[in-house]
Design a protein around this ligand. Structure first.
Ligand SMILES: N[C@@H](CCC(=O)N[C@@H](CS)C(=O)NCC(=O)O)C(=O)O
Length: 219
């Protein structure tokens, strides 16, 4: 049986967990935190979570894991069959991951973990990248109601566990109303939150906050 390693306070972990639940894949949840030990790096060479354990070895990087799940597991598909349409979904995933999640993450310390203010030069870089990222989504995402159109795709799973955090960073660090620049985003998130699988993931994420904070020595 596939094993999903990571912890439920991780937004990336939750993208993969949601895919497994929505597809109806039986899997085992293995609690692992991030780290740079040899043991960890042998499984996840960047020391990050999530990573998947399969009969043939370990796979890391969320977008790659999502593709592997799609290609190797039964259950509903969350990619269009048509190669062009599929590439467009992957584009949406990349815009969200590279230009919202990764940029906003540089300010997570200030926004979520009580560290001091983000250095001005970092803020400038983050704001520029996030502005362009949100612009890319405004141009390419459909929100009818899903990111790629009328069918739910992996892009929605990535968006669901990115946009609220990016919006919080925008609000806290930049006093910037990110959702107002992406009409349809909040409605999509509210719609996704009604799904049983999302409710499960979110309840586990909430329950896992304390363990996460204790592990990383936060209050
Ligand atoms: N590019 C990775 C990012 C995953 C990631 O950053 N996970 C966080 C936890 S939410 C982590 O492992 N952080 C530890 C680190 O960056 O060293 C992916 O797509 O899976």
């Amino acid at each position: 049986m596939i094993k999903l390693h990571g912890f439920p306070a991780s937004n990336y972990f939750n993208m993969v967990k949601l895919a497994l639940l929505e597809k109806g894949v039986a899997y085992e949840d293995v609690r692992v935190f991030t780290g740079q030990s040899e043991e960890m790096l042998a499984k996840s060479p960047m020391g990050k979570v999530p990573f998947l354990e399969t009969e043939r070895g370990f796979i890391s990087e969320t977008a790659v894991i999502l593709d592997y799940i799609e290609d190797s597991q039964t259950g509903p598909s969350f990619y269009p069959e048509d190669p062009f349409d599929k590439a467009r979904v992957r584009e949406l995933i990349k815009y969200t991951e590279l230009y919202l999640e990764l940029a906003a993450r540089r300010c997570y310390g200030q926004a979520f973990f009580g560290s001091g203010p983000t250095p001005e030069h970092t803020k400038e870089e983050v704001r520029t990248v996030m502005s362009r990222g949100v612009g890319a989504l405004r141009r390419h995402a459909a929100f009818t109601p899903y990111l790629a159109g009328d069918a739910m795709t992996y892009a929605d799973f990535v968006f669901l566990y990115t946009f609220p955090m990016a919006s919080a960073v925008a609000r806290i660090v930049f006093d910037w109303d990110l959702p107002s620049e992406l009409p349809g985003a909040d409605a999509l998130i509210e719609q996704l939150k009604q799904r049983d699988a999302v409710k499960t993931v979110d309840a586990d994420a909430k329950a896992g906050q304390q363990e996460f904070r204790e592990y990383y020595g936060m209050k």
